[in-house]
Design a protein around this ligand. Structure first.
Ligand code: GDP
Ligand code: GDP
Length: 558
């Protein structure tokens, strides 16, 4: 069951303000934006990123970016970060500053971090030269055997730190290994394609497209569908109504959640059936947890970090928003993460029952306003609900299951190319420095998220806005509602192989197959009817006290 959901380990960067946490974050995460989305603008201050070091993937969190009260005293900030990291991270990097030297805030953070089960690595940043590197020795006083003198700004020592991180992480899971294998296969295939070794599949001209359509040749990539369950993460700030929604989805307050003190790392998943779909709601313990741990801002930060973990394991994230309060920057962060991770996204505007003076336009106005605020949400469907009255709550599951199907949809290569070519006729890519780029053909190499490779001349010259245009064309033809899609552009010198030309000539004059999306089969057509039936299995920790149904929260202890 778990083979679909592949959590990556989380590395948290902790430390005082100005020690260089976000510089280190950026250096580790780098600019991994080969994808079409120009998210740089919206995620410039992003705090989550995926890293890959020697083939090992993990998530990096800049806990400094989670600060909500920038005015808090430094000690408090660092302690809060440390607590977050202790609760959720698989590895913690404590960053200190070689220029300023050891400070009381560093010592306090270190005291807290000593209680962490996860390994802690001390990085003495700003060790830009040999002299400072020597001076960094004073950080041994923090109590760890080894410290890493680095310069995040210049890159010095960062490779050694990354080696140490990868070494100290928990071992790679089977699923991580399988995912890597799939990615390698896709790469291999793309290389063959670029080298023209698979050029008989498609060559971008009418005749070849026809030929491929007739021959039905499709991708040699294996799409594995072994896991059919739809895993959903309910995310959102405290008090937006996640627990209420969960209960409403389960039909009543029979929450199957246990409260195991001190086991914040244990995720409890709830299984249910929805129509013919198996649905898993991920980390239902986390949904309830924030209220129990703390209230207010601290809970918010906590829930953000927890949500991140849940999203990593999910096919689809349902971002619950209080219709009254609207979208906050933390929501935008989580939504950005969902999109970067290629997960599906549904946005539920909860507490719709208390939105006053609704008219037929109210919902559209809300949606428009939010899309303006956070433009990268434009692929996600919205639904207005009331967890309290039960209004439209079943739509949430319905949409999530639909999005799940969209995320797994694959478009046959000939169909895709018909759309790409007619888009190209309507609007050719603007000429770059090297001359006019030309797209020869495209093909879908992966699902979940749907990933397309475009082979083109002057691929690097294709402007972002044109990529966006292509994405829109693909969406308007094939849907993909609620799922991010990825477009990669690879250089290919010529659009035609000799073989393609041969066949092209032989075929010229034949009638064209009809365009359309008839072959675009996904699983989005799953019937999604009926009341969700609770199966009631939980992954971990079935015992313990059940949450009181009054919605009251215990104050934080310890
Ligand atoms: P954060 O508040 O911990 O996230 O710190 P920032 O990453 O924003 O960095 C704070 C300041 O330290 C910035 O002015 C950086 O340019 C600077 N800085 C970061 N890394 C280094 C480094 O390796 N060497 C030096 N000399 N300065 C650095
Ligand atoms: P969570 O922290 O996101 O899990 O939020 P809860 O489910 O605990 O809900 C927070 C508060 O909002 C509770 O007092 C709920 O009764 C209330 N609430 C949740 N959903 C709705 C809704 O649809 N309408 C109204 N009016 N109140 C709601």
């Amino acid at each position: 069951m778990q083979s679909r959901v592949i959590p990556l380990p989380i590395v948290a960067i902790v430390g005082r303000p100005n020690v260089g946490k976000s510089t280190l974050f950026n250096r580790i995460v780098g600019r991994r934006t080969a994808i079409v989305e120009d998210r740089a603008r919206t995620t410039r201050d992003r705090i989550y990123g995926e890293a890959d070091w020697n083939g090992r993937r993990f998530i990096v969190v800049d806990t400094g970016g989670l600060e909500i009260h920038p005015g808090d005293p430094i000690e408090e900030k660092v302690q809060e970060q440390a607590r977050l990291a202790i609760g959720e991270a698989d590895l913690i990097v404590l960053v200190v500053d070689s220029i300023t030297g050891l400070t009381p805030a560093d010592l306090e953070a270190a005291d807290l971090l000593r209680t962490a089960k996860a390994p802690v690595l001390v990085a003495a940043n700003k060790s830009d030269n040999d002299k400072r590197e020597l001076e960094a020795a004073e950080f041994y006083q923090l109590g760890w055997e080894e410290t890493y003198a680095i310069s995040a700004a210049h890159g010095r020592g960062v490779a050694d730190l990354l080696d140490a991180i990868v070494w100290a992480l928990p071992p790679e899971s089977e699923q991580e290994i399988a995912r890597k294998r799939r990615a390698a296969e896709a790469d291999e295939w793309a290389k063959d394609m670029a080298a023209g070794r698979l050029s008989q599949i498609l060559d971008g001209d009418d005749a070849a497209v026809e030929l491929a359509a007739e021959g039905g040749s499709d991708l040699p990539i294996e799409f594995d569908d072994e896991d059919e369950s739809v895993s959903i993460a309910l995310v959102g700030r405290p008090n937006v109504g996640k627990s209420s929604l969960l209960n409403a989805l389960l039909g009543e307050d029979r929450a199957i959640v246990s409260d195991i003190p001190g086991t914040t790392r244990d995720a409890i998943d709830t299984h249910l059936t929805w129509g013919r779909s198996e649905v898993v709601i991920i980390d239902t313990a986390g949904i309830r947890r924030p209220g129990k741990v703390a209230g207010g801002q601290a809970a918010e930060r906590y829930s953000t970090l927890r949500a991140l973990k849940a999203v990593e394991r999910a096919d689809v994230a349902v971002l619950v928003i209080d219709a009254f309060e609207g979208l906050t920057s933390q929501d935008a962060h989580v939504a950005g993460f969902v999109s970067e991770e290629g997960r599906g996204l549904v946005i539920a505007l909860n507490k719709w029952d208390i939105v006053a003076e609704k008219t037929g336009r109210t919902f559209d106005e809300y949606v428009d306003a939010m899309r303006r605020e956070v433009p990268f949400l434009d692929f996600a469907p919205f639904v207005s609900i009331s967890a309290k009255t039960g209004q439209r709550v079943s739509r949430v599951l319905e949409l999530a299951v639909d999005v799940w199907g969209e995320r797994r949809k694959r478009i046959p290569t000939p169909e895709l190319n018909r759309v790409i070519r007619s888009a190209g006729l309507r609007q050719a890519p603007p000429t770059g420095k090297l001359g006019p780029p030309k797209i020869f053909y495209a093909t879908q190499v992966a699902v979940a998220p749907p990933t397309f490779i475009f082979f083109a001349r002057h691929a690097s010259q294709i402007h972002f806005s044109y990529k966006r245009f292509l994405e829109n064309q693909i969406r308007s033809e094939f849907g993909f509602d609620g799922t991010p899609i990825r477009l990669f552009f690879r250089e290919r010198a010529s659009g035609r192989s000799a073989q393609g030309e041969e066949r092209g000539r032989a075929r010229s004059g034949t009638s064209r197959p009809r365009a359309g999306s008839s072959g675009a089969v996904g699983k989005s057509g799953r019937p999604a009817t009926g009341q969700a039936a609770v199966k009631g299995s939980v992954r971990k920790g079935t015992s313990g006290s059940k949450r009181s149904t009054s919605g009251q929260r215990k104050p934080r202890t310890g």
